[in-house]
Design a protein around this ligand. Structure first.
Ligand SMILES: NC(=O)c1ccc[n+]([C@@H]2O[C@H](COP(=O)([O-])OP(=O)(O)OC[C@H]3O[C@@H](n4cnc5c(N)ncnc54)[C@H](O)[C@@H]3O)[C@@H](O)[C@H]2O)c1
Length: 310
């Protein structure tokens, strides 16, 4: 199939691009390299079309979307703190950029679109695990941008008949996730700090929990959702996770044991917009397209540390 991966130079998008190329598909990547790296595509660079362009530019988006069978829409500005610092840019990229993709896809007759949504849409639910029928209660501009984009996906299915599918990712981690930004995710930050004999910084008391999911599981979910029968997936949302729940203290222990470090973390105040606990029920994705996480938390951490150790 001919497919477009937006955000394909990013962490998750580049792993998906690698997989699509190795499966023999004709792949185009649209990315402005705001947070992604062209080097993430080194292994497949000669086999893909790469558009260095911005999701906010409808003409560029139309060019990239033209003649595609499937669009995997991962391009976005991630991070809750970034969205609190600059809600306007987060909204412009994540919401207007998504609307551009949908409009261009409708006009070009693209059949199926898969959206990289987020567990942040739930906010702090009183009950765990989080299931898709729970109300959305975003706690940050980032989470609200994911809610809005997800809702645009649903509306473009009901109004225009596009086969749109939203996958709610829960704290994805793995190789290529950047440790080198103030907005970096917790796993590359902790591993890099401990490898450099520095104390990891924990916001809050470290008992907050996440359903950490190794990136290969998200890649698999995208492939399955792109090929599932329309009646099972179109216009729907699915949790994609491991169904586990691990505290940050447990995460630090695991990393310390793996790399042989005993440096204690430094605890500072909680951060606005952060969810307290997270754990997914992925039964819907399992029923609709056979999703099951093949790489668990501990194995995923092990693989990630090996790559960061070089
Ligand atoms: N990493 C996670 O834990 C997680 C969890 C839930 C949802 N998601 C979603 O998954 C997707 C991929 O996230 P990631 O972790 O790989 O992040 P990432 O920052 O590595 O990837 C995002 C990509 O989008 C590109 N991009 C940003 N703004 C753009 C613009 N205006 N035009 C074109 N490209 C642009 C970036 O350059 C980058 O390559 C995002 O939509 C994110 O919201 C990620």
């Amino acid at each position: 199939m001919r497919c477009l991966v937006t955000g394909g130079a990013g962490f998750i998008g580049s792993h998906l691009t690698d997989r699509l190329v190795s499966d023999g598909h004709d792949v185009t990547v649209l990315d402005n390299l705001a947070t992604g790296l062209e080097s993430n595509l080194d292994a497949v660079r000669s086999k893909i079309n790469f558009f260095k362009g911005d999701l906010r530019d409808l003409e560029v988006v139309r060019e990239a979307v033209d003649a595609q069978d499937v669009i995997f829409h991962l391009g976005a500005l991630g991070s809750v703190p970034r969205s609190i610092d600059d809600p306007i840019t987060t909204n412009a990229v994540n919401v207007n950029g998504t609307l551009n993709i949908l409009v261009a896809a409708k006009d070009a007759g693209v059949k199926r679109l898969i959206y990289a949504s987020s567990s942040s849409v739930y906010g702090d639910t009183p009950v765990l695990p989080k299931v898709e029928t729970m109300p959305m209660r975003p706690l940050s501009p980032y989470a609200l941008s994911k809610v809005t984009a997800e809702e645009y996906f649903r509306v473009f299915h009901s109004v225009y008949g596009l086969e749109t599918v939203s996958l709610r990712y829960f704290n994805v981690f793995g190789p290529r996730q950047r440790p080198d930004s103030q907005y970096a995710a917790v796993i590359p930050k902790f591993v890099t700090a401990l490898l450099n004999n520095q104390a990891p910084i924990v916001y809050g008391d470290g008992t907050q929990s996440r359903d950490f999911t190794f990136v290969q599981n998200n890649v698999e979910a995208n492939i399955l959702a792109a090929t599932a029968p329309a009646e099972k997936v179109a216009g729907k949302v699915f949790n994609i996770a491991c169904g586990g729940q691990h505290s940050l203290l447990e995460l630090i222990d695991l990393i310390q044991i793996s790399i042989g470090s005993s440096i204690k973390p430094i605890f500072i105040g909680t951060r606005a917009g952060d969810v307290r606990d997270s754990k997914a029920d992925f039964l819907q994705a399992n029923r609709a397209f056979g999703y099951f996480p093949s790489v668990g938390f501990v194995e995923g951490i092990d693989r990630t540390i090996k790559v960061l150790q070089g």
